[in-house]
Design a protein around this ligand. Structure first.
Ligand code: M6R
Length: 607
């Protein structure tokens, strides 16, 4: 899930490519590179680590040229060093790649036998050599690229240029997204429209199996058989801004603090607060006639889906199957005509979620997707796009996208409950009113920042943490653990509180903090019993609860974070905030790279 850019323009392209790469750094930041053609010759600058290192390199050794390609890498094949950084060259060919060439070992053996030497450990280099070999046999650049593409198996988005031709870029897509940007006498290629937004809002998205020949004043798209194909040119709504951190130290912190506002925007999109009803947003199915709903997603988005299972089943009596997309895609789930599928994704580009969507498409099931980027591939391939109005999320750890996903899902559950006749108009109004209070409670929770920061100081000293919760707080416990491990690198696990005694309790000793998420609800006393079990074994409890819970929890805690009493339906949305704040402050104390934690990328476009 790297980011790629190509520009054939009329001013020096290297700074423009770096600018576009900044907007793609969410896709990976293991290394970055740019190549251009100047006076007929290929030139290249690459640097290990973040884009800023490449900027320094270009500052010391600038690159001229009116045509170029660039890359920001999330390592798959080969360690993240400069040699493995893209662009890769083979004789007259320069190439950048996002994805995985699955038959690269076989191609590498074949090319090695033909005398081609490999400078890097990447799978990408085989593509450059394949094209160079066709050129050496006398093919034109366009024919050489087409022949090489036909040999590739796996997932790829490619941008290719050729020494000696300063008016030719070739792009190809099979899996990861690729967009062509139309300028005035200049053309662009990019992994997404946002990367190209400062240059143009006129975009053509390539479809799987497409490849494109781009010159300054024209472009032609072909399918893999070489037949010309037409793809719609559209106006992108992507904004060109590089969002800044405002007064905040990190994007993650800023995004945590934006939540009252973006939750409110998202809820207003799905709920009519004046009438007290769910809005009748277009859906490709009728909740009333569904037998089952299948939801699939990855990471935090999956956990949002897991929470919604409790809502859909409890409020609407609608059975929900929820799967991690990387499992669902290969599970060969039988589908029936009275089923619908829902996918959840911040980026709308996650490879496993997209593959699951395509499986459902093949099964003929109606598809709705909750995405934060409506123009994304998942958005475009769904029958209905259900947007979260979180705005761009830059921090790799998902925060505001999660609570906006929950806001959309809770609203849909209310709509489903009404459509299926399981809530009266009065009960529906009450639920809508309760949901409308989520932003206010979220604001109140943000005021606990100082207290949470103090708790985080202790947490930053430990090596393992357990999170416990029941009901919707069980997926939230898993989300807490995911947040903590991804940005602080502390090992953490989330468990259903009632499951503790079936194994994990063996881990409890005086060194094990146990974070219990337990608003006062109908099963609160059960969770208190589980806390007693922890306390009896010397475990250190950090309790996140409300006023009533704090008064009734008859157990000694190391810390208690007390939230206001609030309606049950909004607890997963509001309790997500202290969990995010705890992970954030712990990571800050530990001095990790909060917004770009090691080994991760914001958008995961490979399997
Ligand atoms: O873009 P998506 O929502 O499809 O991404 C799914 C996961 O990769 C993502 O939620 C990931 O788990 C986050 N980094 C967690 O904070």
């Amino acid at each position: 899930m790297c980011g790629i850019v190509g520009i054939v323009g009329h001013s020096p392209v290297a700074p423009l490519i770096v600018d576009a790469l900044k907007r793609l750094e969410y896709r990976g930041y293991d290394s970055a590179g740019v190549a251009t053609i100047e006076h007929g010759e290929l030139g290249r600058r690459r640097a290990e680590g973040k884009l800023v290192n490449l900027e320094h390199r270009l500052g010391d050794q600038p690159l001229g040229g009116l045509i170029g390609i660039g890359h920001t890498r999330w390592a798959t094949h080969g360690v993240p060093n400069e040699t493995n950084a893209h662009p890769h060259f083979s004789r007259d060919v320069a190439i950048v790649h996002n994805g995985i060439i699955e038959n690269f070992a076989e191609l590498r053996d074949e090319l090695s036998a033909d005398g081609y030497e490999f400078a890097s450990e990447t799978d990408t280099e085989v593509v450059a050599h394949l094209i160079a070999r066709e050129l050496a046999k006398g093919a034109t650049p366009v024919k050489a690229a087409h022949k090489a593409l036909a040999r590739l198996e796996g997932a790829f988005a490619l941008a290719i240029m050729f020494r000696g031709d300063e008016d030719l870029l070739i792009g190809a897509r099979n899996g990861p997204p690729l967009a062509v940007g139309h300028g005035d006498g200049e053309m662009f290629l990019g992994s997404d429209a946002i990367a190209l937004a400062p240059f143009t809002d006129s975009i053509t998205y390539l479809e799987d199996g497409d490849w494109v020949v781009i010159r300054r004043k024209e472009m032609s798209i072909f399918d893999m058989a070489g037949n010309p194909v037409e793809r719609r040119r559209q106006k992108s709504v992507g904004t060109s801004y590089l969002v800044d951190k405002g007064n905040h130290r990190h994007f993650m912190q800023k995004e945590i603090f934006e939540q009252p506002e973006v939750i409110s925007h998202t809820l207003s999109n799905y709920l009519d607060f004046t009438k007290g009803t769910a809005r009748q947003i277009d859906l490709p199915f009728d909740f009333a006639s569904l037998d089952r709903l299948t939801i699939s997603a990855c990471g935090t988005a999956y956990l949002a889906g897991l929470i919604s299972k409790y809502w859909f089943e409890r409020l609407a009596r609608l059975p929900v199957d929820i799967d991690i997309a990387s499992e669902f895609r290969y599970r060969e789930v039988p589908m029936s005509p009275r089923m619908a599928a829902m996918f959840i994704s911040q980026s709308g580009e996650t490879a496993d979620t997209l593959a699951s969507l395509r499986y459902c498409r093949g099964e003929g099931v109606p598809i709705a997707s909750i995405v934060n980027v409506p123009e994304s591939t998942i958005g475009r391939e769904s029958d209905a796009v259900l947007p979260t109005l979180a705005g761009p999320e830059i921090g790799v750890a998902s925060t505001k996208a999660f609570t906006c996903q929950l806001s959309a899902l809770a609203s849909l559950a209310v709509r489903a409950a009404h459509a299926r006749g399981h809530v009266s108009a009065e009960q529906g109004k009450k639920l809508v009113r309760e949901l409308s209070e989520a932003p206010r409670f979220a604001s109140q929770v943000l005021r606990l920042d100082e207290q949470i920061e103090k708790v985080a100081r202790d947490l930053s000293q430990v090596h393992h943490v357990l999170y416990l919760g029941r009901d919707t707080n069980f997926p939230l416990a898993m989300e807490g653990a995911l947040k903590l491990k991804e940005i602080s690198y502390i090992h953490a696990e989330g468990y259903a509180a009632g499951e503790l005694k079936h194994g994990p309790i063996a881990l409890i000793d005086e060194n094990m903090p146990v974070i219990v998420i337990a608003p006062y609800d109908r099963i609160f006393e059960k969770t208190v019993s589980n806390m007693q079990e922890v306390a009896a074994r010397g475990g250190r409890i950090i309790l996140i609860t409300d006023q009533r819970g704090a008064e009734r929890a008859t157990v000694k805690t190391m810390d208690t974070i007390v939230l206001p009493d609030m309606p049950e339906i909004i607890t997963p949305i509001v309790y997500a905030l202290p969990i995010q704040m705890l992970a954030y402050h712990t990571a800050v104390h530990m001095g990790t790279d909060v917004d770009q934690p090691r080994n991760l990328a914001k958008s995961v476009t490979v399997e």
